[in-house]
Design a protein around this ligand. Structure first.
Ligand code: HEM
Length: 501
């Protein structure tokens, strides 16, 4: 019968049309099936998407609120751009860890592309990212990240920071600059083999620029620039940011040039040396490796500075602010430090004997939630996740706010409660949902260095000083509202540092 149909031209044509229609219907239905399986989300307006339903000034919070309505995987449109948001500890972990490959690319939005043109570690993907991340991790480990050498560097810096605080002679002061200089000097010692005096004007400008850039990047106008990049030159924040980036590059280039001129391949003084030695070695042995070039060196160093300074310093500032705000907690930390360590220098191995102090540091990091949306990720290949289809290239926000404040994980998500990290006998306990460094392939590369820094700086400062609000300001009046950038920093305010001994 089939043969009869195709022998008659009219029947064959009719048959062809029917098959064609069926194929079209199938394609159409599977397409709409995919559409149906797209994550839920608020209905977008043409052109504007959901811009009027989110608060760009506190994006993480407004996305967290939307997750209550739309669930742990939902989509929002920033103008025409679709973003999939992941909310809650279980979902964020499942995506970043169990589907590490699919969720492990970085979204390189226009503002991030302006920083490093796809080089370095923070805003790169594929082989260049893999090679630079691996190189940075091994080199930082060789230089003692999380081990003795970096401990010595940090302890030396603790002394300078303590001296700096002492100069204010118990009067109220803003600790921001000194803390940023200290954190920056730790990275600087690892990157360039030297620390800077806090009074060094070039160093001050470098640190200041990085702070400002981080603040600008999180501003509403630069988020609009990400949607309409052609607006860039019209936006003051964009022009300021580009100037900062160019000036920062010029300063770093000068330092790198000096290290190049004094390079001795037998003596590796710092990260930059390690890169130059590897580059020379590859060139000498005629191994083709396209990743070891000057731009990658410059941008990788700039990335580590930017990622390592502001985050660590901001965390430390929150820790001190919480101590001034909650004096009974501060007293308990100081009592533990006096009992366990006395007046000698605290070392990293003391941490295991300081469970309360450790819990206070963890709780400060949790509540401060300084990188609320991690950095944007992108889907590396089509994936079906929790039943939803997400297309390759889609931007993903892993909402760390929703992990660190997850009501199903934390007993008192919105209050400062060191007991989150203590068992009934007062021993320190790890919590899985403690994820300020994110997780998976793109998780923070500097976590162990950052943890050592925060622990040593915090304990050294609390051994020396008692932190209080300025005269005439009560603990209640200390402001815990964050200033929003890519990171959430405390509102600038003065504290007093009273000598304890
Ligand atoms: C308290 C301090 C710190 C916090 C809370 C923090 C947090 C983070 C977070 C949330 C990310 C994004 C992860 C993601 O996209 O999923 C990140 C990435 C990164 N961090 Fe940190 N960080 C800190 C300190 C540092 C330090 C000291 C360094 C450098 C030595 C550093 C280097 C980096 C780098 C290079 C990346 C990009 C990783 C990649 O894209 O592969 N961070 N960090």
């Amino acid at each position: 019968m089939f043969e009869e149909i195709i022998r008659c031209p009219t029947s064959a044509l009719l048959f062809g049309v029917i098959v064609g229609l069926l194929v079209l219907r199938f394609i159409n239905s599977s397409f709409s099936l995919r559409e149906r399986r797209a994550p839920p989300g608020p209905r977008p307006l043409p052109l504007f998407g959901n811009l009027f339903q989110v608060d760009l000034k506190r994006l993480d919070q407004s996305l967290f609120n939307l997750s209550e309505k739309y669930g742990p995987v939902f989509q929002v449109f920033f103008g025409p751009k679709k973003v999939v948001v992941l909310a809650g500890y279980r979902t964020v972990k499942q995506a970043l860890v169990n589907h590490a490959d699919e969720f492990g690319n970085r979204e390189i939005s226009p503002v991030f592309y302006d920083f490093t043109k796809g080089h370095g570690i923070l805003f790169s993907n594929g082989e260049p990212w893999k090679e630079m991340r691996r190189f940075a991790l091994t080199t930082l480990r060789d230089f003692g990240m999380g081990r003795k050498i970096s401990e010595e560097i940090i302890i030396e810096e603790c002394h300078y920071l303590t001296e700096e605080f002492e100069q204010f002679e118990e009067k109220a002061f803003n600790n921001t600059k000194a803390i940023h200089y200290a954190a920056s000097n730790v990275i600087s010692a690892l990157m360039f083999g030297k620390r800077f005096e806090y009074k060094d004007l070039v160093f001050q400008a470098m640190v200041e620029r990085d702070n400002e850039t981080i603040h600008l990047t999180g501003s509403a106008s630069l988020q609009i620039y990400n949607i309409c990049p052609w607006l860039g030159p019209l936006l003051k924040n964009w022009r300021d940011m580009i100037k900062n980036v160019e000036d920062g590059k010029a300063d770093a280039t000068k330092i790198i040039k000096n290290l190049k001129e004094t390079l001795d391949p037998e003596i590796c003084r710092c990260f930059v040396d390690a890169f130059l030695i590897r580059k020379k070695h590859l060139e000498d042995s005629k191994v083709l490796n396209l990743h070891y070039h000057d731009e990658n060196l410059l941008y990788t160093v700039a990335n580590l500075f930017a990622a390592g300074t502001d985050t660590t310093a901001t965390t430390l500032k929150w820790c001190l602010l919480y101590m001034a705000k909650f004096p009974h907690v501060q007293e308990r930390v100081q009592e533990e430090l006096s009992r366990v360590v006395g007046s000698r220098q605290v070392r990293t191995e003391d941490r295991k004997n300081l469970p309360y102090t450790d819990a206070v540091i963890h709780e400060s990091q949790r509540l401060a939630n300084i990188v609320p949306m991690a950095l944007p990720h992108a889907i590396s290949k089509d994936v079906t996740f929790q039943g939803y289809f997400i297309k390759e290239g889609t931007t993903v926000f892993p909402l760390l706010t929703s992990v660190l404040y997850d009501e199903t994980e934390w007993e008192n998500p919105y209050s400062f409660s060191p007991s989150h990290f203590l068992d009934s006998e007062g021993k320190f306990i790890r919590r899985d949902a403690f994820m300020p460094f994110s997780a998976g392939r793109r998780a923070c590369l500097g976590e162990s260095l950052a943890r050592t820094e925060i622990f040593l700086f915090f304990t050294s400062l609390l051994q020396h000083f008692r932190f209080t609000p300025p005269p005439g300001v009560s603990e209640d009046q200390l402001d815990l509202t964050p200033v929003v950038g890519v990171t959430l920093a405390p509102t600038p305010q003065n504290l007093c540092a009273f000598r304890r001994h």
